[in-house]
Ligand binder design. Sequence first.
Ligand code: 5GP
Length: 190
Amino acid sequence: MDDTSSNIPPAWAADVLGDVVISAEVLNARVRELGAAIAADYADDPPLLVGVLKGAMMFMTDLARATELAVDMDFMAVSSYGSATQSSGIVRIVKDLEADLTGRHVLVVEDIVDSGLTLNYLRKYLLARSPKSVEVCALLLKEGEQRVSLDLRYVGFTIPPTFVVGYGLDVAEKYRNLSGIFTYVGPGSH
Ligand code: 5GP
């Protein structure tokens, strides 16, 4: 495989994808950098990584392997979008954490921050459980008007405000298994 191969949408999804936004190679390099930064920052007290399902699943597993510390891992599932491509602002907890957060450093691992409503809700929810700290590692931050003030300790990439899929991000549960991140243009656009 040459190093530009993941810039090309794969044949099975090419009819709904636009341009590559972040190739698999660039993603992997950045995830390794984030893991190194987390390992340095939390060397004395490894965090509990809280992955937000399902979108952050690919990022969470790669980030955890890139973080050379004895981290704990847990997952939450929230629903904020349904199958539409517009933020509803309504956040529902579909799966709660199993870990006890008392006195722990918590690092929320998010796929993408758009309006910030989901994260704002999650942060308040986690802070109510007496952790030592709650910080956020977001793979993607969308440029534009975040509707709440955000305090993101780690951000992988800032991207333009277009709808993207791949590397965990879906449209109606599909395209999560793309290795890179692409714009979604939908059927009939080519
Ligand atoms: P927010 O609450 O910040 O507006 O939205 C956050 C959630 O919306 C993300 O966790 C993700 O599930 C979804 N989301 C926001 N932008 C996109 C996008 O471009 N593509 C996909 N697939 N999901 C998105």
